[in-house]
Design a protein around this ligand. Structure first.
Ligand code: C2G
Length: 132
């Protein structure tokens, strides 16, 4: 069984995230998502609209996702890859090169982002079109 892992905040889940999760799952037989906790989001300087539990509930309903673990820090990937016997780490190519050191222990693949959408863009559009 080929096991794939990816990490992220996955806030305001949109089709860019879904494209990423689908392609990641298609690279193996089992996809684990390391979901950034609210506390780790603060370290990433990201404020998510939905809490960790809400983001987890949404991700659990996605057919491409087989298991979700907490992402609490930058350093846990090595341990996760060993603990879950991961074959491939997948990230969007906004992370191109950032995790190349992990190529020593697993395949690392950066997939093209879905260019026109982002959670930040959604928030901006909502403010523009619906903000008071
Ligand atoms: N993504 C994408 N296309 C978009 C938006 C996001 O392919 N239009 C991908 C990102 O490249 C990332 C994943 O979806 O691989 C999750 O995106 P974020 O929630 O923004 O993840 P990020 O905050 O970059 O967290 O340790 C890694 C970090 O936790 C990654």
């Amino acid at each position: 069984m080929r096991k794939v892992i990816t990490y992220g905040t996955f806030d305001l889940l949109h089709y860019g995230h879904i494209h990423l999760l689908r392609r990641a799952r298609e690279l193996g037989d089992y996809l684990i998502v390391g979901l950034s906790t609210d506390e780790f989001n603060l370290i990433k300087n990201k404020r998510s609209y939905f809490s960790f539990q809400e983001r987890k509930l949404i991700l659990e309903s996605i057919k491409y996702v087989d298991h979700i673990i907490e992402e609490n820090n930058w350093e846990q990937k090595i341990k996760d890859i060993a603990e879950y016997n991961i074959d491939t780490l997948v990230m969007g190519n906004d992370w191109e090169g950032q995790f190349d050191t992990l190529k020593q222990i697993c395949e690392v693949i950066y997939l093209p982002r879905t260019p026109e959408i982002s959670t930040t863009q959604i928030k901006k559009d909502l403010m523009t079109n619906f903000g008071r």
